[in-house]
Design a protein around this ligand. Structure first.
Ligand code: ADP
Length: 193
């Protein structure tokens, strides 16, 4: 298996690049944001609970997203690998993921962190809010809260993968294709190792 974490703040382009990467490398895309929004649309108890946090720009509790990822891993036992998008977002989630993958004897091969300035992030998110219909994208305060949550709780996750030599950084500004090519270069390098 080849397991990849695409990491970065809200608005860094994880979703856009994930769509291209799963086609290139035949990976199963697991986006906790997308999984949570499906639960909201289906009005499940999990979705109703999660929405309260998401609307405020706060992280959904760890046990909720860890449970979701755990069952997603079991749903696709025969894939070539997973692309984790928006997960892990806290140190507890990273620990849980490492344990789940250990059971499968298929650890994370690489984490790629997209680097984008905060000014550019806010600009992109507000622009997306005009068309996405996502209520967490059209409000300046909610966007700042999300970036604050990222800096406080999510950024430390990168240090964990850095300490085990699995983290690489890629510039998340430029054209979609330029960024995609830079990501592919890192992945191809790692696959050859
Ligand atoms: P973005 O990366 O643009 O913030 P996502 O779709 O990844 O968008 O996430 C939207 C919201 O869903 C987050 O602000 C958070 O409330 C919730 N969420 C998604 N993934 C997680 C996670 N792994 N842990 C906690 N909350 C999450």
């Amino acid at each position: 298996m080849f397991n990849l974490i695409l990491f970065g703040p809200p608005g860094s382009g994880k979703g856009t690049q994930s769509e291209k990467l799963i086609l290139q490398y035949h990976l199963k895309h697991l986006s906790t944001g997308d999984l949570l929004r499906s639960e909201i649309n289906a009005q499940t108890p999990l979705g109703i609970e999660a929405k309260k946090f998401m609307d405020k720009g706060q992280l959904v509790p760890d046990e909720v997203v860890i449970g979701m990822i755990s069952s997603a891993l079991d749903t696709y036992p025969d894939v070539k690998g997973f692309l984790f998008d928006g997960f892990p977002r806290t140190s507890a989630q990273a620990e849980a993921l490492d344990k789940l993958l250990e059971l499968k004897r298929a650890p994370i091969n690489i984490m790629i962190a997209l680097k984008v300035t905060e000014e550019e992030l806010v600009k992109r998110l507000l622009k997306r809010g005009q068309t996405s219909g996502r209520s967490d994208d059209d409000n300046d305060v909610v966007i700042r809260t999300r970036i604050g949550e990222y800096n406080k709780k999510t950024a430390p996750v990168a240090d964990h993968y850095k300490s085990i030599n699995k983290m690489v950084m890629v510039k998340g500004e430029g054209t979609v294709d330029e960024i995609f090519n830079a990501l592919c270069k890192e992945i191809d390098n790692r696959m050859r190792q």
